[in-house]
Design a protein around this ligand. Sequence first.
Ligand code: MN
Length: 193
Amino acid sequence: MFTLINLPYAPEALAPAISAETLSFHHGKHLKAYVDNLNKLLPGSGFEDLALEAIVSKAPAGPVFNNAGQILNHNMYFTQFAASPRQNGPTGKLAAQIEKQWGSIDAFKAEFVAKGVGLFGSGWVWLSAQEDGSLVITQESGAGNPVTHGFKPLLTFDVWEHAYYLDFQNRRADQLNALWSIVDWKVVEERYV
Ligand code: MN
């Protein structure tokens, strides 16, 4: 049985990048539905005793993969944000690796947003680490997660319309750029170990 995560901040703490109203639907309705759906699908599926990452890595395309993937993705998404004060940029070895590969943090952010804007339809843009520590930005459609490529996911922006339509309507780029103001890079760095 999986349970709906609690958000580690107050509902209004991420505004205006993400409003309390968006959180109430995105976390309280969309994510809750994925949790409820997976719990109904798991009995008899052969995936009952696995962690989310293992289900996403092993399940074939279909409802179990989609619901498990969406839970894993949203759990990582919601917990990478924090109320102020938060760590507003990368430091240490993550900052050094980004600068090595992209030249600057701003150049990395620009490519990340461009890949989110350029993803056709619903999905996620991800920053992940490969086994040698190098970083990669990937676009994943639907419920996709970079664990299916053997990568370690570090940071993700949700580009499903339900993530931003109440606050930004069709302006996906504006939403993605606003998200930088609420990312807690301490969390992202802790994923890069
Ligand atoms: Mn979502």
